[in-house]
Design a protein around this ligand. Structure first.
Ligand code: TXA
Ligand code: MG
Length: 311
């Protein structure tokens, strides 16, 4: 890790405090940040992304104390935060009286999704602003999430300033968990594997049922979409690009290997970047190798299915 660019962080904080947008790095993907207590600032996130207003945002906190001013933490919620924060786990919790968040940040729900990111630049920025920051992935709605500052610039041009913190180490978005009494319900598979949560908490993590009362409104089926058409669980036909996984893949310019050693962490980290690269080559089809459904494979396959969904 290089030393923090304190000047760049102070400049970004000044923009955010003034109600402007600024993209910033997290360990998962780059976020398009705004002061979560400022309705106009949050509205400009929706406008800039072209994101539907009914889709609430994740609010990023500097620490658990800031999070507890915004939402009600049950003992179970607090244990999750103590175990996994800072880290790629977003908790959906009931709003607390006097929370101060803009209604548009939560899309008018009585719950909020909170997380404390595990990235030195994000944490420094959160401390410097002293504000909770609403931040969806920093891509135009429906496009691939960015894992480098360069990809953010490609998506938004000069419209959005970007605080550069290098490539993201996880590469897929946070896992989203709702808490229902003493039950844990996964609303989105993500960078924290479900079995890791189960093991640390000593209890099962259920999958959100289709159309259930508790759900993440943003889980539209088509999402994270490259321009190319995608074929999953397969091998490439002549002329198709290939997203490979494991040691046996051939090498050529239209092939990217998510992980030659079959490591799912490496694969998650490479997923969006490699899709970006293959897409930028202008191919019409990207074939994708089968990925195991274990550990982080759950999140990787979720993103691949959304990228391949009809749109
Ligand atoms: O890794 C991440 O989570 C990244 C980085 C920037 O932190 N952020 C991210 O945000 O992925 P976004 O906006 O792309 O995804 C937010 C998801 C959506 O599916 C939304 O519906 C869900 O969180 N969500 C937000 N608030 C919610 C709530 N109160 N109840 C249920 N789902 C919620
Ligand atoms: Mg997103």
């Amino acid at each position: 890790m290089t030393t923090l660019d304190l000047k760049a962080i102070a400049d970004a904080a000044a923009l955010l405090r003034a109600g402007k947008l600024c993209a910033f790095p997290t360990e998962t993907v780059y976020g398009l940040g705004a002061d979560a207590t400022n309705a106009d600032a949050v509205l400009s996130i929706y406008e800039t992304k072209g994101r539907p207003r009914f889709n609430p945002l994740i609010v990023h906190c500097a620490d658990l104390a800031m999070a507890e001013r915004l939402a009600q933490f049950s003992p179970l919620a607090r244990r999750l935060a103590n175990t996994f924060w800072p880290g790629p786990l977003s908790l959906v919790l009931p709003l607390r009286e006097g929370h101060g968040l803009a209604d548009v940040a939560t899309a008018g729900l009585d719950t909020v999704a909170l997380r404390m990111p595990d990235h030195p630049v994000a944490l420094a920025l959160l401390r410097e602003t002293g504000l909770p920051l609403a931040a969806p992935s920093a891509n135009p709605s429906g496009k691939l999430s960015p894992t480098t500052a360069e990809q953010v610039r490609r998506g938004f041009g000069d419209v959005v300033p970007v605080l550069d913190g290098g490539p993201c180490k996880s590469g897929v978005e946070s896992t989203i968990l709702a808490i229902d009494g003493d039950r844990l319900i996964q609303l989105r598979a993500g960078a924290l594997a479900r079995d890791a949560i189960e093991e640390a908490m000593g209890q099962p993590v259920e999958l959100a049922a289709e159309g259930a009362a508790i759900s993440a409104p943003g889980m539209l089926l088509s999402h994270y979409a490259p321009n190319a058409h995608m074929r999953l669980d397969t091998t490439p036909r002549p002329g198709e690009a290939y997203l490979a996984f494991g040691p046996k893949a051939p090498h050529n310019s239209l092939i990217r290997n998510l992980s030659e050693t079959g490591d799912l962490h490496e694969a998650a980290r490479n997923l969006f970047s490699m899709l970006h690269e293959l897409d930028a080559a202008g191919v019409s089809v990207i074939a994708v190798a089968p990925i195991p459904e274990t550990g982080l494979g759950e999140a990787i396959n979720d993103r691949l299915r959304r990228a391949a969904a009809p749109r």
